[in-house]
Design a protein around this ligand. Sequence first.
Ligand code: SF4
Ligand code: SF4
Length: 500
Amino acid sequence: MIDGTATAEPQTVSRRSTRFRRGEFHAFAGDGAPFVYMTPSAAVYRLDDASVAVLDTLAQGDCSPDELAQALRSRFPLPEVKEAIEELVRIRAVEAFLETPRKAPPAELPAPSPAALQRASGKRVPLSTLVMNVTSKCNLSCAYCYEYGEDRLSEASDKPRFMDEPTARASVDFMFAESGDQKLVNLTFFGGETLLNFKVLKAALGYARERGATLGKRVEASLTTNATLLRSEIIDWLVENDVGVTVSMDGNKEQQDTFRVFKGGMGSYGTVAPNVKELLARHTRRPVGARVTLTKQNLDVRSIYDHLAHTLGFWEVGFAPVTTSWQRDYAIQEDGFYDMLTQFQSLAAEYLEFALAGKRHKFSNVRDTLEEIHKGLNKSHPCGAGMGLMGVATDGDVALCHRFAGSDAHKLGTVHGGVDHDKQQAWLAEHHIATKTDCKTCWARPLCAGGCYHEAHTRYGDTHRPNLHYCEWIRSWTNTCLEVYGTIAAKRPEFLQQFD
Ligand code: SF4
Ligand code: SF4
């Protein structure tokens, strides 16, 4: 028998001239038990001994039913082998095929045409998240920042540095107009430093909530800030308006002050830490998270985590490597990625210990991946950019996401004139996972789907390119999360209910 997290349609197995071969999956262990992650369906199954033996036998080459039964008859009764084969065929870990051709073709996913994609998506994907760049200005000058650094995308010279209130209101109208039948919309404020334009941000959310009430839609609000400008009145407003907050912060004083400095070069830790403490003490209705940018110079994940999770007390801590061209001084090089992986794995092991003891751990990278595995996410595109998520620049131009906001080359429309849906659909079709030749045979593609477009643009100058520089990292990290998932599924399955 096979226990699984998803079901598959049964396939008919004809014994006559049928042969079997292995399907496309990734095998891993959880709590010492064998599991498979099914690439085509993104489902996870735990295998019994007979199923493992069938897959091991097929690893040597394809077999007829009789050959398979013959190979396994000394270890398992025939009905058990038969049942294992039927189950493996049902979940597609084994493919049944007729005598010829004998060789398994590579997994081929047909690239959809824009028209097909439009038909499949029921004309258009409704907008669920609008990221409003209320300013492109910042009071810090972090060298690695994509907005200010050497990798900047936006043509800022002719664009206002601050969004004005009419544009913010038009953005809110645009969000509702593009949200279709969705009853929940997410409005996220981004920058630059968002709080430099607090007045407009405040007005935009007030207007969004008012319009949402009239339209019968709920508005979830959140913002990202560097926390240098958090004052008591702002914290009051965040609490009263139930606004989720993510603080961009890189660790303890030494770590934070490596890059996160004011224009004059003074470190920001001394300003940020007391503000964060006040925020965490008072904003308790919504979890407040820290988002860390890892660089070559700041890669001690463990001590960053300990400081942010324990010393400061953030609800959760998430890490992302800096997005940059590999030549930059702060770019993480190959040995750095390995180091980062080892530290992520150690935190993931701690997360597992906590989960098995029924305790909450704050490492959000593992939590987010477990949720994706549990939900059986099978991505056609790496993220929602240009689909359910769009970014608005300070002048009202609409782009793929906040990181492309202000880039004319990645513009999809304006909040005044709406989205060019033909352009959007063509863009989505061009960036579908099926168009990424290198990803077609990769078992991690349901979760990775080629990776961030912004990163690809920064690294290779082309949003179409998969981020092949970190494939090994992605596959190792995904395998780690699968092992954590499998172990929890085996030992404390009720923990996974939070992801239902
Ligand atoms: S970018 Fe690499 S890891 Fe991601 S799906 Fe493509 S081949 Fe796999
Ligand atoms: S393109 Fe990159 S930065 Fe933009 S939403 Fe996707 S993953 Fe995030």
